[in-house]
Design a protein around this ligand. Structure first.
Ligand code: GDP
Length: 300
């Protein structure tokens, strides 16, 4: 929590900067509002949420005649929290049958941090006392299975992998079977993220899901998004959500030059909550997304 706050309040965060700038002026006139809106849009908040936030602030600051930065900060905090939506259920659904493990498919474009997220999530689950099996269903990238196995060894859980070029669905199926055989609690499946064509992706991910469902229920489909990729990331998110029923978003690289506002935009567009955030490359750099902490981090 403290780490998130430290990392988000870094000078890189455009949303944090916009709010700080707004609070630092003596008199908020229309130029200031224009700048504020422009910066919010640049911070990946999206046009709709930007307009809502600005309108709400304008109204409240006018009504209450707020010149006092502390009072304005309070209004900001409340409005921003509303946009992030603290009422969404962000818990991971890991309920499993008597014999079947819970299955989590991790999807997203290559390079967003999928494999790393699977490794970190395995670590979290193991720390909670759960037994975990990893499935290396990204069989297209030569190094992907190797990378996942390394994570598995680091965290102390087995990794099921197939030969390079194997059918991703069959590797995923094998991983779930192995999980069931070992009475594991959770199977985490790392998938391929080639976004060459929507149809190709749909065939591939759709098949992975269908085949896994012959063996067990898919509890979660987590979409991994690189928070630093802005509108490009949003476009990827749309495509994936059309292809599979995404149940939660993992926003990675929020420690870097991410702009923060993407949290609001992606939740709005996909109608799915951000459940986890990535705050670095290390094994412990995954955290549940906490709306209050996020807003506190942005407002400093
Ligand atoms: P994949 O291709 O989607 O499986 O992506 P990887 O898991 O291989 O990650 C791509 C790169 O992003 C690697 O160098 C990771 O160490 C890095 N990475 C992943 N998550 C984070 C994060 O939360 N913060 C930072 N700074 N880097 C990350």
């Amino acid at each position: 929590f403290a780490r998130l706050r430290r990392r988000l309040s870094g000078s890189q965060n455009a949303l944090a900067r916009a709010l700080a700038d707004l609070l630092s002026v003596d008199r908020i006139d229309s130029d200031v509002w224009d700048d504020f809106e422009a910066t919010l849009i640049a911070s990946d908040l999206g046009v709709g949420p930007t307009t809502e936030l600005t309108e709400a602030l304008r109204k409240q600051l006018a009504v209450e005649g707020v010149a006092d930065p502390e009072a304005a900060r309070k209004v900001l905090r409340a409005e921003l929290l509303k946009l992030v939506d603290p009422t969404l259920d962000r818990s991971l659904n890991l309920a499993s049958g008597d014999d079947d493990p819970a299955v989590v498919l991790v999807v997203g474009v290559n390079g967003t941090g999928k494999t790393t997220t699977v490794g970190k999530l395995a670590r979290v689950l193991v720390a909670e006392g759960k037994s975990v099996v990893l499935g290396a269903a990204d069989t297209f990238r030569a190094a992907a299975a190797e990378q996942l196995s390394t994570w598995g060894e680091r965290v102390g859980v087995p990794t099921v992998r197939g030969p390079e070029g194997a059918d991703p669905a069959s590797v995923a199926f094998d991983a779930v079977s192995r999980g069931a055989g070992e009475r594991a609690d959770v199977v985490l499946v790392d998938t391929a993220g080639r976004l060459h064509t929507k149809v190709g992706l749909m065939d591939e991910l759709g098949k992975v899901k269908r085949v896994v469902e012959k063996r067990a229920t898919v509890n979660e489909v987590l979409l991994v998004l690189d928070a630093t990729t802005g509108q490009n990331g949003m476009m990827q998110a749309r495509i994936f959500s059309e292809v599979v029923d995404v149940t939660g978003i993992v926003l990675t690289k929020l420690d870097g030059s991410a702009k923060g506002g993407i949290v609001v935009q992606v939740q709005r567009e996909l109608g799915v909550p951000v459940k986890l955030i990535g705050l670095g490359e290390g094994v412990d750099d995954l955290a549940p997304f906490d709306p209050e902490g996020f807003v506190a981090g942005i407002l400093g």
